[in-house]
Write a protein that binds this ligand. Structure first.
Ligand SMILES: Nc1ncnc2c1ncn2[C@@H]1O[C@H](COP(=O)(O)OP(=O)(O)OP(=O)(O)O)[C@@H](O)[C@H]1O
Length: 651
């Protein structure tokens, strides 16, 4: 119940003289008076304490966001009360006035008690007052006339409520102060509801800033459009994917951009659309992207859609990293004591830095892929993918789609979304086309076009994609010979053969047998726990006397096999399979992948017999699976296919 003004003054005088609170003093006021008395506040003073200009500037800066939200609210309150003698004041959490909106009539009164911007109105400075007390008790407070601790404020009536941030911390205080005789029952309610509106807006601002940060920090491009196909929001990542300025982004034609996408069905109410692979049109640019589309609703009505857009190149880069499409070997790991091979390494190191197409010739297992990987790793595109593809291992009718990709529905069996080819996957890196001699003639023409203009058109595709891919091809066939027999396109051969590297078979660089064998043993010892094994002189001698038609790969497998078979620390010739212990004559053939034909009695003939039998038995063990059989024998896939055909073995 409200007490009379006279009674209220009596209560104040009683407290000031005795320190006792008379009955009828509001508890919140009584508690404040006691705090003020204890702190030694002078009841005869009551002037706001002015902070320095620098301090005020820094406090204003700190409360920029609060001010931006509170000022319009204060202005709209002022519009309602402008004909009354009132001041609307915003302070920070320490009670320092940051912003005031007031009726001119009140100005002199405010100046008298220093109720102006930059003055501090906490309890300690000016005793009980709505701002100071609301901040002290963290609650909305109304202080009427002589409830103020200092006599100079007894002509005032003030209502104030603290403002909180989203975590509940007090960050300021809103106050409505006027003449005591103008006291109005609704003032307190106005302050409380204005503060609640300020707090809600602050929370929304915080949430929207959080959303903005999430938006901008996304690795994907984000685009929000409305059902009228207008751009509503986008993040910087998207502008950088599209390579557009802010103005260009805002003027973007969504219909043109998303002409491949069925937006109508999104707006018609389908929940979600996912385009695994989609070409976006930005002006004259075509950008391959992965696009997800999610509609957004308000009051159950679809207002638009949000799109997440990832550059296909970026996705592929990540997939390449995860799937291990990278080159492991470097030139430092290529072992050779042969001077010709050392020259080839030096040459390959030099040309690695260029973007030239390279053709590596050599028998199976001589280290062609090792060279290709080393060239990639020594090149400027070492950070990009290294995609190896064996042209001989691909079914003829799939070579084109594997190399160049296909669009959705381009042929029976094509994936719904379409698929990028190996050339696209190699964008920014190197493609290694092994067994290039096996490429069907019609694909040779298409490959030639790609090499000439660096553009790829997927099967069923409408546009060409420009790619940055270095091509390294390899063959164990004599391509020049194939060209002269017209079974290989001469133009493609010359286009591939810009840089030529020839690798010698192992039998023509026998000095490499021992170092390579030692390297392979070192790897075995490193990969297996337990005491290290070593070669006996008899083992190395036997290795030297063998022809190694499967070259380094065959040697590697022979060493690995011996390592596993050998039960002691010394690996001897007895740990080699019988074929490797029967010495062969040197054939001295430069590119002989298939053993040379000779008389029925020759050791080479015997070797062929052994080889054929080994292949048959491996095929039998592997249920006719040539790839598994090749693995078992330690020879390349293409080698086994060639030998199966050469010996006329039926799987
Ligand atoms: N000079 C070398 N130094 C170290 N390792 C080698 C060397 N040459 C070949 N190797 C090893 O031999 C194996 C076969 O090499 P690679 O796969 O490069 O041969 P390739 O000529 O590409 O064979 P294919 O034509 O059958 O595909 C690999 O494990 C490789 O590491």
């Amino acid at each position: 119940m409200r007490i009379s003004e006279a009674q209220s003054i009596g209560n104040w005088e009683h407290f000031i003289s005795s320190g006792e609170c008379a009955a009828g003093t509001k508890p919140v006021i009584a508690a404040s008076w006691r705090r003020c008395r204890e702190a030694g506040v002078d009841p005869m003073s009551g002037k706001g304490l002015q902070v320095s200009e620098e301090e005020l500037a820094s406090r204003l800066q700190e409360k920029k966001q609060l001010l931006s939200v509170a000022k319009p609210v204060m202005d709209s309150i002022y519009q309602i009360i402008k004909d009354t003698v009132y001041a609307i004041v915003l302070t920070d959490q320490d009670g320092v006035l940051l912003h005031t909106v007031l009726n001119k009539e009140l100005e002199p009164e405010c100046v008298k008690v220093n109720f102006v911007e930059g003055a501090k109105w906490d309890e300690l400075s000016v005793g009980t007052n709505a701002v100071g007390t609301a901040l002290a008790v963290n609650d909305a407070v109304q202080v009427l006339g002589s409830e103020h601790y200092c006599t100079s404020h007894h002509a005032w009536t003030c209502s104030a409520a603290p403002v909180h941030d989203s975590r509940g911390n007090v960050i300021g205080c809103l106050d409505l102060s006027g003449k005591a005789e103008d006291v109005h029952a609704h003032t307190f309610g106005v302050v409380v509801s204005a503060v609640s509106s300020i707090e809600k807006q602050l929370h929304m601002l915080e949430a929207s800033q959080m959303m903005h940060a999430v938006f901008q920090s996304m690795q994907d491009g984000l685009l929000v459009i409305d059902t009228g196909y207008r751009v509503r929001h986008y993040n910087e990542r998207l502008a950088s994917i599209f390579m557009l300025s802010q103005e260009q982004m805002e003027a973007l034609s969504i219909k043109e951009l998303l002409k491949e996408v069925d937006l109508e069905s999104v707006f018609a109410g389908e929940r979600y659309l996912s385009y695994a692979d989609c070409t976006l049109t930005v002006g004259s640019n075509k950008i391959d992207c992965m696009v997800n589309i999610y509609p957004f609703t308000f009051d159950d009505k679809i207002l638009g859609a949000s799109l997440t857009i990832r550059e296909a190149g970026q996705v592929r880069k990540e997939v390449n990293q995860l799937a291990g499409f990278k080159a492991n070997y470097r030139f430092a790991e290529v072992i050779t004591d042969n001077s010709y091979m050392q020259g080839q390494i030096a040459f390959a190191q030099r040309i690695a830095k260029t973007n030239c197409t390279v053709l590596i010739e050599g028998e199976s297992g001589t280290g062609k892929e090792l060279f290709a990987q080393s060239i990639h790793n020594a090149s400027l595109r070492a950070g990009g993918p290294f995609i190896a593809i064996n042209c001989a291992a691909l079914p003829k009718d799939l070579v084109e789609s594997e190399l160049f990709g296909y669009e959705k529905g381009s042929f029976t069996g094509a994936l719904r979304e379409g698929n990028p080819g190996k050339f696209e996957l190699a964008h920014g890196g190197t493609i290694f086309l092994d067994e290039i001699g096996e490429l069907p003639l019609e694909i040779q023409a298409k490959l030639l076009r790609v090499l000439d203009n660096h553009k790829v058109r997927r099967i069923g595709g409408k546009h060409e994609r420009t790619l940055d891919v270095r091509v390294i091809a390899a063959t164990n066939r004599d391509l020049a010979e194939e060209v002269s027999r017209k079974s290989y396109r001469s133009d493609l051969y010359y286009r591939l053969n810009v840089i030529n590297i020839k690798l010698l078979p192992l039998r023509e660089r026998r000095e490499d047998i021992a170092p390579l064998a030692k390297l392979f043993l070192l790897k075995c010892n490193r990969d297996h726990p337990g005491p290290a094994k070593r070669f006996s002189p008899s083992f190395l001698k036997t290795l030297q006397s063998y022809e190694w038609p499967g070259n380094a790969r065959e040697l590697q497998n022979a060493v690995q096999r011996a390592y596993y078979v050998c039960s002691s620390a010394d690996i001897t010739h007895l740990d080699l399979p019988p074929a490797r212990t029967s010495p062969l004559q040197h054939t001295n053939s430069g590119n002989a992948a298939v053993p040379q034909k000779s008389s029925a009695e020759s050791p080479a003939k015997k070797m062929e017999q052994i080889e054929m039998e080994s292949i048959c038995s491996a095929l039998k063990t592997c249920g006719g699976n040539a790839v598994a059989a090749a693995k078992m024998l330690g020879i390349g896939k293409s080698t086994i296919y060639r030998k199966i055909a050469g010996y006329g073995i039926s799987k």
